[in-house]
Design a protein around this ligand. Structure first.
Ligand SMILES: C[S@@+](CC[C@H](N)C(=O)[O-])C[C@H]1O[C@@H](n2cnc3c(N)ncnc32)[C@H](O)[C@@H]1O
Length: 384
């Protein structure tokens, strides 16, 4: 679409005194708005029944925590050592998993096989179907008489989750505090209610997008993202050699490259969400003997990516849901890509037009240009 820009004075850009807020005054007002409503603390609410003595703390190894977080009250507070002994912390998102391990939790990327926990804690997610699946898993993992504790912020839909739980499992007790709500329910003996089995089933990976296997909660689980599609439609024909897909999700971009880039010799997928990576293993398969494919559960922004390894990196980077820091994650991805490319290597990425990536790209790459702009997105090519 446009010609190359570049050969900018990188040092000037890196040390520019202009703060992001001066360039993007909207970001500043969004941050102010955000900070006013940022007080919700569902984990603190989740812990209330234990603090008041209403619920007994689980014995060592007898508590399960799904979508666990290394919240300060669990990781560093007064009773932290007891919580760390008590809980098996399950977290499939690598940055959060790493924080749990660093804080000393017994962390797992997927559900353990054990089925007789006394307590199960669940922090709800943004996706209702995924949350219902987690609740069904947690309930099934409890011993009869065990307690399920569920918490979420009010604007995350915890009240509707509470209604669903009541309708299937009967009376619950609940508490509201810290702009969040925690719901407790005791497991009855007998077979698992049919509705719970249906929740568990609906959350399982299956072919939701054409032939692609995905699951609720994953990025774009039920349709191809518009930006990703635009990127695929404008993939350079000469992608070859060592190639990486950063934030590969369930494998849409990598799968497209398998079809379009016969001269790739190696394709490394990096993805933080272990469940999405499992789907990618299924979706990105090739019987080409001259092509090696690897699947890496990794936090691209954690500083551990290989240096100067790739001829091409392709990505549709993630962004924070918190508006005030929306772009920072994508900016970290751009920096990680710049580090991982060989001299002369190329980054092909798609971005929402609203996201301020231009300065980071100009600072990290010698040349860059826009390949296409459409539907609120642009596809950018940048060269080291
Ligand atoms: C916008 S989605 C793109 C997914 C896929 N490439 C596509 O085009 O459909 C960004 C992906 O980055 C992943 N992600 C988020 N933070 C990450 C991190 N720190 N390291 C690696 N992957 C991350 C998300 O789980 C998500 O799958």
């Amino acid at each position: 679409m446009s010609g190359w820009c570049g050969r900018v004075k990188k040092e000037r850009l890196r040390s520019s005194p202009l703060a992001v807020d001066e360039c993007f005054p909207l970001a500043l007002s969004a941050r102010r708005r955000q900070s006013k409503k940022m007080n919700a603390d569902p984990i603190q609410t989740l812990l209330l029944p234990f603090e008041t003595g209403e619920a007994p703390m689980p014995a060592p190894g007898r508590g399960l925590f799904l979508r666990a977080e290394a919240h300060p009250a669990l990781a560093y507070g007064e009773t932290a050592a007891r919580w760390k002994e008590a809980l098996i912390a399950v977290q499939s998102f690598k940055p959060a998993f790493d924080r749990l391990q660093a804080a000393g939790f017994d962390a797992l990327p997927a559900m353990p096989d054990d089925r007789d926990f006394d307590v199960a804690l669940v922090r709800i997610t943004k996706h209702k179907q995924e949350t219902l699946g987690l609740l069904a898993q947690a309930y099934a993992a409890l011993a009869p008489g065990g307690r399920l504790h569920v918490a979420g912020a009010k604007d995350e839909g915890i009240e509707s989750i509470e209604k669903r739980l009541k309708s299937v499992l009967g009376p619950v007790s609940s508490v509201s505090k810290y702009h969040a709500r925690a719901v407790t329910i005791e497991k009855q003996g007998g077979p698992m209610p049919d509705e719970l089995a249906a929740w568990a089933d609906a959350a399982l990976p299956r072919a939701h997008v054409e032939r692609f296997v995905t699951a609720p909660g994953m990025f774009s689980f039920d349709k191809v993202d518009k930006g990703s599609r635009l990127l695929v439609e404008h993939l350079p024909k000469d992608i070859k050699g060592r190639v990486a897909d950063f934030g590969a999700g369930w494998g849409y971009l990598s799968s497209a490259m398998l079809g379009a880039c016969p001269y790739m010799r190696r394709l490394d997928l990096y993805e933080a969400e272990a469940m999405a990576l499992d789907c990618a293993r299924h979706n990105v398969a090739s019987n080409r003997e001259d092509l090696e494919i690897t699947f890496n559960w990794a936090d691209v922004t954690a500083g551990g990516m290989p240096a100067k390894r790739y001829d091409f990196i392709v990505m549709n980077p993630p962004f924070h849901s918190d508006k005030a820091q929306q772009a920072s994650l994508g900016q970290e991805f751009i920096k990680a890509a710049a580090k991982a490319l060989k001299p002369g290597g190329r980054l092909i990425m798609v971005a929402n037009l609203m996201l301020p990536y231009d300065r980071t790209i100009a600072a990290e790459f010698d040349l860059h240009r826009t390949l296409v702009q459409a539907d609120g997105f642009k596809v950018i090519e940048a060269r080291r």
